[in-house]
Design a protein around this ligand. Structure first.
Ligand SMILES: Cc1cc2nc3c(=O)[nH]c(=O)nc-3n(C[C@H](O)[C@H](O)[C@H](O)COP(=O)(O)O)c2cc1C
Length: 193
């Protein structure tokens, strides 16, 4: 059975992102994926890269020590699915901190011949399910950083796998029909992952 790591970052169980998260886990499980459901808030993930970790950031392989369990979970996955709301045109801090602390040299990238090479080539499928309060146009006018971070930086770190960016914009105005349609889209996309 192939493993999918779901990285979920929203603190509220009643949120729309919680509904997206459930749809993701249910669809993947139904399709036979072995889902490693990583709810960063529930697991109490600490997002701050400490002084000690920054000093040892390039010291492979000891640099993985403080986050070994998470590195192992990343390395065991063939699919990575990120579920998060857009906050300040970026990831919620807890997810940004996961990337800071776990996407380490020797893990998500390797420095070779003066260049950066992908480290997480075990990941063959990458998806992000996210929501924005503002419209797509407003996000574009701000450069839409989360879209670029996922579909460029994380995608490259994973060895440029097949990718899906499943975004719902305009949450400030969306009503029940749009929310329902989006959950159906999430289910379809995960079934086809
Ligand atoms: C701290 C915070 C920052 C936010 N920043 C943005 C932003 O920069 N751009 C945007 O489009 N929406 C922003 N929003 C709106 C969220 O994206 C929106 O509340 C979320 O997508 C709704 O999903 P939820 O009901 O699951 O929380 C922000 C919301 C919060 C709470």
């Amino acid at each position: 059975m192939t493993r999918a790591l779901v990285l979920y970052a929203h603190p509220c169980p009643e949120s729309f992102n919680a509904a997206v998260h459930s749809a993701v886990v249910e669809a993947l499980t139904a399709r036979g994926w072995d889902v490693d459901d990583c709810d960063l808030n529930t697991e109490g993930f600490i997002p701050v890269l400490t002084e000690l970790e920054r000093r040892g950031y390039h010291d492979e392989p000891d640099n993985i020590g403080p986050v070994k369990e998470y590195v192992e979970r990343l390395r065991a996955a063939e699919a990575l699915v990120m579920v998060f709301p857009v906050w300040n045109f970026g990831y919620p801090a807890i997810l940004k901190g996961f990337l800071d602390r776990v996407f380490l040299p020797g893990v998500s990238f390797k420095l070779q011949d003066g260049g950066v090479r992908p480290g997480l080539t075990n990941i063959k499928r990458l998806a992000a399910c996210t929501t924005y309060g503002g419209t797509r146009m407003r996000a574009m006018l701000n450069g839409d950083p989360p879209r670029k971070c996922v579909t460029r930086a994380v995608w490259y770190a994973c060895g440029m796998p097949k990718k899906r960016y499943i975004a719902l914009y305009d949450m400030n105005n969306n009503q029940e029909p749009q929310l329902k349609a989006h959950l159906e889209r999430v289910t379809r996309e995960m079934e086809a992952l």
